[in-house]
Design a protein around this ligand. Structure first.
Ligand code: SAH
Length: 258
């Protein structure tokens, strides 16, 4: 581990810290953590229980299926996390609850968060969380899509991965984040197809233009592929780009030709 304090830090409140090895042990994110670009700390609500069974949940008032997470252990975990962040000079840290009822996470949010010093992220489990904890401590509720996971850990992993890979020095080629699908600041269109060796794979050759050496033609081909794929799969993103004035005459002509 690098000496010194990372400028981005996530404090994850979770019953299952062992679920986070994809971020800490694999790939560019793990390397960046060892380089000290970002850091991760866990706060387990079970630590903040006082009974022999280390109870973190109970039956819902009003009846119904499933269990509800107790407010007190969560609040104690969040408060310790906030205190630790404050000691590191991070004031006003957001407390984010992963929740299917939250605001939808997207690349624009990832880009916004990449310029902050991180957050406390709370992972829910069971049927839900006592609302009084949410009212008292949570500043943002974030969903990763219109589906329900069994816990917030995988959602938190997805969000942190999307943010961390945008930090300077994490990707091998910083340009690659800018070329990704949805990137806000360029056009927000979907990415174009990629090809690598061999030139002919099971009888299929690569688009000839990619071997032309003509950078202008290659850029135009990629632009057209982006437009074509986005028009087919996500016409809403074409509308957004158009509304922001990000499509030029050439783009519109190509879209008409489809
Ligand atoms: N009863 C809840 C779902 C609970 S799922 C409901 O219908 O809204 C258990 C936990 O998984 C949640 O507390 C949340 O932390 C996490 N979770 C599930 N789906 C998620 C999603 N789409 N985005 C973010 N977190 C999610």
């Amino acid at each position: 581990m690098a000496v010194g304090l990372a400028s981005m830090r996530f404090d994850v409140v979770t019953l299952f810290p062992e679920m986070f090895t994809p971020l800490t042990d694999n790939g560019v994110n793990a390397r960046a953590r060892h380089q000290g670009i970002w850091d991760l700390h866990f706060w387990n609500p079970r630590t903040y229980t006082h009974d022999v069974h280390r109870t973190v949940d109970d039956r819902p008032y009003g009846g119904g299926p499933g269990m509800v997470m107790l407010a007190e252990p969560l609040e104690a975990a969040v408060d310790e996390a906030l205190a630790a962040r404050q000691q590191q000079g991070m004031t006003d840290s957001p407390v984010i609850l992963m929740s299917p009822t939250g605001e939808r996470f997207d690349q624009a949010l990832a880009q916004q968060w990449a310029s902050t010093d991180g957050a406390v992220i709370v992972c829910g489990r069971y049927e839900g969380i006592d609302q009084r904890f949410i009212d008292a401590r949570v500043t943002h509720e974030i969903s990763i899509g219109d589906f329900v996971l069994s816990g917030g850990e995988i959602a938190a992993l997805a969000v942190m991965d999307a943010v961390i890979r945008l930090l300077p020095g994490v990707l091998n080629d910083q340009q690659s984040a800018v070329c990704d699908s949805f990137h806000v600041g360029l056009d927000g269109l979907l990415d174009s197809p990629h090809y690598t060796r061999p030139e002919i794979y099971k009888g299929q050759s690569i688009p000839a233009v990619l071997k032309s050496g003509n950078h202008q033609l290659i850029a135009q081909w990629r632009r057209e592929q982006s437009l074509r794929i986005t028009a087919q799969r996500r016409p809403d993103l074409i509308e957004q780009a158009r509304a922001k004035g990000l499509l030029d005459k050439k783009d519109e002509q190509y879209l008409l030709s489809l």
